[in-house]
Design a protein around this ligand. Structure first.
Ligand SMILES: Cc1cc2nc3c(=O)[nH]c(=O)nc-3n(C[C@H](O)[C@H](O)[C@H](O)COP(=O)(O)OP(=O)(O)OC[C@H]3O[C@@H](n4cnc5c(N)ncnc54)[C@H](O)[C@@H]3O)c2cc1C
Ligand code: FES
Length: 442
C-alpha cells in the first residue's frame, strides 16, 4: 500500500481546480478563435493573444498552488486512510542525494532537505524511521557513517528532511566536537551531495490504532515525533495524540510554530511544551516550567495509551522508570536512543544469550585469525582493537550499519537488536561469539 494524498475529498480545492482548468482552457481557445476569425483586426488579435496568455498564467498559477499543496507534510489537507508504507521500493545500498534546502531551525538545529540526485522516485517511509548517511570528511581515515531520523512526513514524498543538532564537545572534556554533525552544519550546503541508505528503523507508530499516542521528547529527540504527529493527524485524525516536548527555552525550541499550526488544524493533537529555563519573552509559548517527567505525563493523560520516548539518556531513563512505576506495561512503551555507546565503554549488559568465554575469530577478508576472550567486548570492539574498522553508527543494534556476513559459526546478542538482520548475517556491535570459532566476512 502506498501513501497517497486524497484531495478528492476536498470539495473546495477540487472546485477551484476545475474552475481554474476550465477557465484556462476556455480563455486559450477563445483567444485562438478570435485570432483566427479576425486576424487582420488589430484589437481582436491583441485580445486573442492576451486572452491566451491570461489562460496560460491562470492555469500555471493553479498548477503551482496544487504542487505546493501536495508537497508539504504540514499542508496536506487529507490523506487516505488506506496507507502504510511497505518499503518495497527502497533502493539497495547507497544512493546520492542533493541537499535541496538547508534551513536553520534554531542556533543548534539545522534541517537538510534531500532530493535524489537521479531524480527518481522516493519511497514513502514509516513515521519514526531514520536515514543513514555516509560522509567523506577530510582528516577522517574512513567514511563517517551516522543515522538521522526523518523529521517530516511529506505526501507524496518529494524530499526527505533531516534535522541535525550540532554536537559540541562536552564541557570540561578536552575532546573533539561531534564529527559528523559539525561537518554537516559547516561544510554541507545547498547543492552538496551525500550518500544515503534507505529509510530504516523499527521505532515507528501504527497510525491506524485508536488508543491515544503520547509522543514525549526533549532536545533534538523531537525529530521522529514530528513525523509521527503529522502522519497520525492526516492519516487517522480520530486518534488522540499528545505531543509533549521539553527544551530549555524559546531559543532552543525547534519546530514550535509548525507543531502549533498542526494542532490548530487538528483537534486530535494536544500539545504541551515544558521549558526548563524560560526567558521573559517566552511567556505564552510554553505550558509548564521544568523538565518533562512521568508526573507531568500523569497530569496530562491516562495510562491507557501508547508512549513513544526519544531524548537524552537521563530523560529516557527517568521516564521509563516513572512509567513503569505508574503501572504502564512495557509493551505500551516504545523508545529510541540517539546516543551512541562509546567504544570500550560497554557496561555489563543483561545478556539475552551469554555466549562463551573464548573463541577463535577469523576475519576472512583481512586474512587474520585472532583469539577473542570475554573481556574483548563485542565483535565490533574486538575488530577495532585489532585495526580492522568495520562501518558502524549507533553501536546499539538500532541502525544495521555494522551488519556483517557470518561465514561459519554463531554469535550471541548481548541485547535485543532492533535493526532488521538478514539471515546469515549479524550485527557485530552488540554480539559476541557463541561458538568456539566464528568466521566473519570482514
Ligand atoms: C536511530 C538514530 C536516530 C538519530 N536521529 C538524529 C536526529 O534526528 N538528529 C540529530 O541531531 N541526531 C540524531 N542522531 C544522532 C546522530 O546519529 C549522531 O550520533 C550525532 O549527530 C553525533 O554525531 P557526531 O559525529 O556529530 O558526534 P561524534 O563524533 O560521534 O561525537 C559525539 C559526542 O561525543 C563527544 N566526544 C568525542 N570524543 C569523546 C571522548 N573521547 N569522550 C567523550 N566524549 C567524546 C563529542 O564532542 C560529541 O559531543 C540519531 C542517532 C540514532 C542512533
Ligand atoms: S552500528 Fe548500528 S546496528 Fe550496529
Amino acid at each position: 500500500m502506498r501513501t497517497k494524498v486524497n484531495n478528492a475529498n476536498n470539495i473546495f480545492l477540487n472546485s477551484a481546480k476545475c474552475a481554474g482548468a476550465g477557465f484556462a482552457i476556455a480563455t486559450i481557445l477563445s483567444g485562438i478563435m478570435i485570432g483566427l476569425v479576425s486576424p487582420k483586426e488589430k484589437a481582436a488579435s491583441r485580445w486573442g493573444v492576451s486572452a491566451a496568455l491570461l489562460g496560460l498564467v491562470g492555469g500555471g498559477a493553479i498548477g503551482l498552488i496544487q504542487k505546493r499543496q501536495s508537497q508539504s507534510g504540514l499542508d496536506n489537507e487529507q490523506i487516505t486512510t488506506d496507507l502504510q508504507p511497505t518499503g518495497e521500493t527502497y533502493w539497495k545500498g547507497w544512493r546520492n542525494f542533493t541537499v535541496a534546502h538547508k534551513v536553520k531551525e534554531t542556533e543548534e538545529i539545522t534541517s537538510f532537505y534531500l532530493e535524489p540526485q537521479d531524480r527518481g522516485e522516493l519511497p514513502q517511509f514509516e513515521p519514526g524511521q531514520f536515514l543513514t548517511l555516509k560522509l567523506d570528511i577530510p582528516g577522517q581515515e574512513k567514511p563517517v557513517i551516522r543515522t538521522y531520523s526523518l523529521s517530516d512526513y511529506p505526501v507524496p514524498v518529494a524530499y526527505y528532511r533531516l534535522s541535525i543538532k550540532r554536537e559540541l564537545a562536552p564541557s570540561g572534556l578536552n575532546v573533539m566536537a561531534g564529527i559528523a554533525s559539525n561537518y554537516l552544519h559547516d561544510h554541507i550546503y545547498e547543492g552538496s551531495v551525500i550518500a544515503v541508505r534507505p529509510p530504516s528503523g523499527k521505532f515507528v507508530i501504527d497510525v491506524h490504532k485508536s488508543v491515544p499516542a503520547v509522543l514525549i521528547s526533549n532536545g533534538v529527540g523531537i525529530t521522529p515525533m514530528i513525523s509521527m504527529a503529522i502522519a497520525c493527524c492526516y492519516i487517522n485524525p480520530n486518534r488522540p495524540i499528545w505531543f509533549v516536548h521539553g527544551t530549555r527555552n524559546g531559543l532552543s525550541h525547534a519546530f514550535r510554530d509548525d507543531i502549533l499550526a498542526l494542532a490548530q488544524k487538528h483537534p486530535n493533537l494536544h500539545v504541551h511544551f515544558a521549558y526548563s529555563r524560560p526567558r521573559p519573552e517566552d511567556n505564552g509559548f510554553y505550558h509548564s516550567e521544568g523538565y518533562v517527567d512521568s508526573q507531568k505525563i500523569k497530569q496530562l493523560v491516562g495510562k491507557e495509551a501508547e508512549f513513544f520516548l526519544c531524548g537524552s539518556p537521563s530523560f529516557m531513563q527517568s521516564l521509563q522508570s516513572g512509567l513503569k512505576m505508574w503501572g504502564v506495561p512495557d509493551n505500551q512503551v516504545f523508545y529510541e536512543s540517539f546516543e551512541r555507546r562509546a567504544s570500550n565503554s560497554i557496561e555489563p549488559q543483561i545478556a539475552t544469550n551469554k555466549g562463551i568465554g573464548e573463541a577463535q575469530i577469523v576475519f576472512a577478508e583481512s586474512n587474520r585469525e585472532l583469539t577473542w576472550t570475554i573481556n574483548d567486548g563485542t565483535l565490533l570492539e574486538f575488530a577495532e582493537a585489532n585495526d580492522i574498522n568495520p562501518p558502524f553508527s549507533c553501536r546499539s543494534g538500532i541502525c544495521g550499519t555494522c551488519t556483517c556476513k557470518i561465514i561459519e559459526g554463531e554469535v550471541a546478542y548481548q541485547q535485543a537488536p532492533t535493526a532488521a538482520i538478514e539471515s546469515g548475517s549479524a550485527l557485530i556491535c552488540i554480539s559476541k561469539p557463541r561458538t568456539s570459532k566464528v568466521i566473519l566476512a570482514l
